[in-house]
Structure formats: C-alpha cells, structure tokens
Design a protein around this ligand. Structure first.
Ligand SMILES: Nc1nc2c(c(=O)[nH]1)N[C@@H](CN(C=O)c1ccc(C(=O)N[C@@H](CCC(=O)O)C(=O)O)cc1)CN2
Length: 282
C-alpha cells in the first residue's frame, strides 16, 4: 500500500511569509506601515496559542501588531468598545476578533461593528456579501489557505468534485462560496450533521475537506483511492490533538493535509496576506 503525499502547510506558509516580507518592505519604503490588531476574549488555551502565533508571524514579516485581551467576564459593551477603538486606531490597518467568543457575547453583532475596510478575516457581512457577488475584498483565512495549499501543490481545483464536511462560518460555508467562484469553478457538496450518508458523498469526491470538529469522522473506506484529503477540524484530548480524518486514510488518499502542520499554518499566513493586500489597496 502507498502512503499519501504530504500537503505541507508549514512549508507553504514559510514560502508565503518570505514573499510577504518583501511586500512589507516595499510598503514601508512608501511610508505605509501595516499593523494587525487582535481582540481575544477569555482564557481558552487554544485561542491564546493561535493569537500568539499570529503575533509571532507579524514580527517575522515586519508587520506591527496590537494585542487586546479581555477577561471571559467582559460584557457585550466591553467587546464592542474594543472593536470601536481598533476601528479608530490609525496604527491598526486591519484586525480580527478571535473566535469563538464566550457564549454570552453576540458574535454577529461584534463582527458587524468591525470597519469593513479593516476586516482582516473577511467575516464582516459586507465582505461576505462581496464574496457572494464576486467583488474583490478580504477572504476568510482558512478557506483561502486551503485553496492556496492546493494550488501550491498542483492539486487541480477547476472542474473537480469537492466534498466539504462542516458548514461553519470560518471554514465550510465560505469555502463553498470560494470554490464555486468562476476563478475556481469546482463542484461542491456541502455536508452537515443532517446530511444522509456523508460517506457516499465523500466517496464520490476528488477532494474531501473535513471541517466538522468530530474526531476521526472520515474513515479510509470513505475515500476514493488517490483522492486529496484535508483534515481541518481538530479535537483536543488528553492523548493529544485528533483530526477529523482517521490516520489510516493515509493509505488510500493520494495527498493528505494533516490536522497539525497542514491547513493551520496557512490560516495564519493568509491573515498576513489579507493585511498586506489591504495596506497595498489603501
Ligand atoms: N477570527 C478567527 N477566529 C478563528 C479562526 C479564524 O480564521 N478567524 N480560525 C480558527 C482558529 N485559527 C485561527 O484563528 C487557527 C487554527 C489553527 C492554527 C495553527 O497554526 N495550528 C497548528 C497547530 C497548533 C496547535 O497545536 O493547536 C497547526 O496546524 O500546525 C492557527 C490558527 C478558529 N478561530
């Protein structure tokens, strides 16, 4: 049996960051200093680790960064005030609110308050609307990272059959929109918890993207031999991180993005790309 080719997100992110470093230098030589802001509410260790990584990335490519942290007891008004402050801060050229927010916070109201011109995640309703309409704008980082990782590894997208498992705000739903744009023109089946026989949809696909947050959901017999598989969702257990894709899928797939070192580093690299592109546009 063969082992799938690794879709190496760490290597692709390193290449992206090298390219961005040059673009940041050019911006600075024109007197433009890009700056990323992050708003983090609460003490979820994973969110802290992701945000820490985003600030380390900024330092690597020469982007300034502004870190706002609020306690888990922060009110809706506290979170909204932090957003308004970054909207008004000229040193912050783009920012994100790390998700998920605590359950007592109205996430959509917070996202809607972000200045769409500073929305580094592409999750403001106006920017999601621009995506639906095919207008230029910031793109959600994980779907953008998935498509970039496929392109950098010469995995065909146009005309291919995709099965996307999970239709959340940050991955599955915007990925479906992006893959069906005329620049990608893939055919997409978007599966969710009420989908009957997800395995049958997966078996018909050239590319399977698992972003459901259910450990080892995707089994080897769900995969067409030679298909491309991306394990995006993760579950943290005492034994470590488990991906949505069972490890034995490695024996059936042609290419595989693992749950660690696959799409995650590309999510971060695409955030930097959104920041640099916004600075270049403005
Ligand atoms: N405002 C946002 N919140 C969240 C987003 C998002 O795009 N915008 N996506 C996810 C989490 N995420 C980004 O914030 C993210 C996930 C994973 C990684 C990453 O580098 N993962 C590492 C593994 C790190 C680990 O040990 O957990 C890897 O894959 O190698 C970065 C960012 C939810 N929230």
């Amino acid at each position: 049996m063969t082992t799938a080719t690794l879709l190496d997100g760490k290597a692709a992110a390193a290449d992206t960051k090298r390219e961005l470093t040059e673009r940041v230098e050019t911006l600075k030589s024109r007197g433009i200093a890009p700056g990323l802001g992050t708003v983090l509410v609460g003490d979820d260790p994973a969110s802290h680790s992701y945000v820490g990584g985003k600030h380390r990335d900024c330092a690597q490519v020469g982007i300034a960064s502004i870190r706002v942290e609020l306690p888990g007891t922060a009110t809706q008004a506290d979170v909204e005030a932090a957003v308004l402050k970054l909207n008004a801060d000229p040193a912050c050229t783009g920012f994100i609110v790390q998700l998920p927010l605590p359950a007592h916070i109205d996430t959509h109201a917070v996202l809607e308050l972000i200045d769409p011109a500073k929305d580094a995640d592409g999750l403001h309703p106006a920017n999601l609307g621009r995506l639906v309409l095919g207008m230029p704008g910031p793109l959600p980082c994980t779907p953008r990272g998935i498509i970039d990782l496929l392109r950098r590894n010469h995995v065909p997208v146009t005309g291919q059959q995709f099965c996307v498992i999970g239709c959340g705000l940050t991955v599955g739903r915007p990925l479906g929109l992006m893959l069906t744009r005329s620049s990608e023109h893939a055919t997409v089946t978007l599966c969710h918890e009420a989908t009957q026989d997800i395995a049958a949809h997966a078996r018909a696909a050239d590319v399977v993207v698992a972003a459901a947050g259910v450990a080892h959901l995707v089994k080897p017999d769900w995969i067409k031999p030679g298909a491309t598989v991306l394990s995006v969702g993760i579950t943290r257990t005492v034994e470590g991180i488990l991906g949505d894709v069972h490890p034995d899928v490695d024996q059936v797939a042609g290419s595989l993005a693992p749950p660690v070192g696959g799409v995650g580093p590309m999510t971060r690299a695409m955030l930097l790309t959104n920041i640099v592109e916004a600075a270049e546009r403005n």
